[in-house]
Write a new protein. Structure first.
Length: 228
């Protein structure tokens, strides 16, 4: 039997503006907010947002080869993320469409920025997906047709990205431009908008934990590449 309150919340969310989704969350007693997920799983969150790779960015000791591998694989990942987000947008409630549509435009611009950086660095971007990048792609695809899982996965990855790079600011001079780019106020605001949508949906613990592990694995993949 469908609970009338859950049904009313679902219907309301599909016609809500972003400013209204928090009210819907409060009224319906949503399962878990984004901050509650982070608080409930502090070890997993720290593993996703703190890694020797990032410490080496901060102090300038990261081998250039490791950063280049990370940059190549992140370019591939961003292209995958764009496709995932486009599918998620197709099932988004009305209150989530604006943020996801704006995010798609930002991802397309991000790919162009990567291409400019790669040209300057004489770095080829047409590389094969690493198995970690492929695992991330497959996991995102598995969430693409479920709003709660999908928005949780998207927000988890973006907030982890923001916190990871914010944590190394201002960084060593060689990486300052990159860190500054990935900690811009507009990106911070976008992550907040995604978190509002997660809060309204109730969040998905499994998606949160899966993406935390994939974020950790992504840092590890690039870090280990310097020793391969």
């Amino acid at each position: 039997m469908v609970d009338w309150l859950d049904l009313a919340c679902y219907q309301s969310l599909h016609f809500a503006t972003r400013q209204e989704v928090m009210l819907i969350m409060t009224w319906s007693g949503a399962r878990m907010t984004g901050n509650e997920l982070v608080s409930r799983y502090p070890y997993e969150w720290r593993s996703a947002t703190g890694h020797p790779f990032l410490e080496a960015i901060r102090d300038g000791s990261l081998p250039g080869a490791a950063f280049r591998v990370w940059l190549q694989q992140d370019y591939v990942f961003v292209a995958d993320l764009l496709r995932f987000q486009a599918t998620l947008l197709s099932i988004a409630p009305r209150g989530g469409q604006d943020a996801l549509a704006a995010g798609l435009a930002a991802l397309e611009s991000e790919l162009g920025w990567f291409e400019q950086q790669a040209e300057h660095m004489q770095l080829p971007l047409g590389v094969k997906r690493h198995r970690v990048t492929e695992a991330y792609r497959q996991r995102l695809l598995s969430y693409a047709n479920d709003w709660t899982s999908g928005i949780t996965a998207l927000w988890t990855g973006e907030r982890a990205y923001l916190e990871s790079w914010s944590g190394v600011a201002p960084s060593a001079p060689a990486y300052h431009e990159f860190v500054e780019h990935w900690t811009q106020p507009d990106f911070r605001e976008y992550v907040r908008e995604l978190e509002t949508l997660v809060d309204a949906s109730g969040g998905d613990e499994e998606a949160f934990l899966a993406v935390c592990k994939l974020e950790q694995d992504f840092w590890e993949m690039a870090w280990n590449s310097a020793r391969d």
